[in-house]
Design a protein around this ligand. Structure first.
Ligand SMILES: CC(C)(COP(=O)(O)OP(=O)(O)OC[C@H]1O[C@@H](n2cnc3c(N)ncnc32)[C@H](O)[C@@H]1OP(=O)(O)O)[C@@H](O)C(=O)NCCC(=O)NCCS
Length: 166
């Protein structure tokens, strides 16, 4: 299925995910991350915030994705206040396609969609040993606001990283 290209990066196209892409997204998730979700979860995320679910495509195959959600709760960047927040649920690029700017472009375009949805901040969780992702988020203006102890099933801690969009 054809979707509008939001941006091209090194010959890859960043565009909105369509339902037909979900099996490839699930495959990438299995190959790249220890955190997996039910198939329904992907379709739910796509339904609830389609502008925030993006894929990177090269030669007609999906090589990366980002999925985001809009949530309402306590701010991660500003004292005790309630905020509409974008949550980066998952982002990944196939190993053979990394280092070409796709991860950065997916996060940047995801943030753009989150901002256009009226969110004043964006947050995510990342394994404290995932130095590549932590550096990428730091370069994009995220700051570590909290350590979430034993956040992952295997007991590893997460950093909660957040960025103000105000
Ligand atoms: C994190 C991830 C999405 C980055 O994707 P990517 O397409 O390689 O990202 P980019 O090409 O935009 O590179 C972003 C930064 O990553 C770093 N990076 C990329 N490839 C790297 C490599 N092989 N070794 C070390 N650092 C690398 C660089 O610092 C780069 O910044 P720079 O462009 O200023 O040099 C990718 O590594 C990945 O899918 N990892 C597994 C899944 C994961 O950890 N997701 C995040 C969960 S919170």
């Amino acid at each position: 299925m054809q979707t509008t290209t939001l941006r091209t990066v090194n010959g890859y196209a960043i565009s909105r995910c369509v339902p037909q892409d979900i099996p490839s997204v699930i495959d990438i998730n299995y190959k790249t991350l220890p955190e997996h979700y039910s198939d329904e979860f992907y379709y739910e995320i796509l339904n609830s915030f389609p502008e925030g679910f993006l894929v990177a495509r090269g030669d007609d195959r999906v090589v990366g994705y980002i999925m985001n959600r809009v949530e309402f709760g306590f701010s991660n960047v500003k004292g005790f206040s309630l905020s509409r927040k974008g949550h980066v649920v998952s982002v990944a690029v196939l190993e053979e396609d990394r280092g070409k700017g796709l991860g950065r472009a997916l996060v940047e375009e995801g943030i753009r969609a989150i901002q256009e949805k009226g969110c004043r901040e964006v947050f995510l969780e990342v394994r404290i040993t995932n130095s590549v992702a932590i550096k990428l988020y730091g370069d994009l203006g995220f700051q570590t606001t909290q350590t979430l102890h034993h956040y992952y099933r295997d007991g590893e801690d997460a950093y909660l990283m957040a960025k103000s969009l105000a």
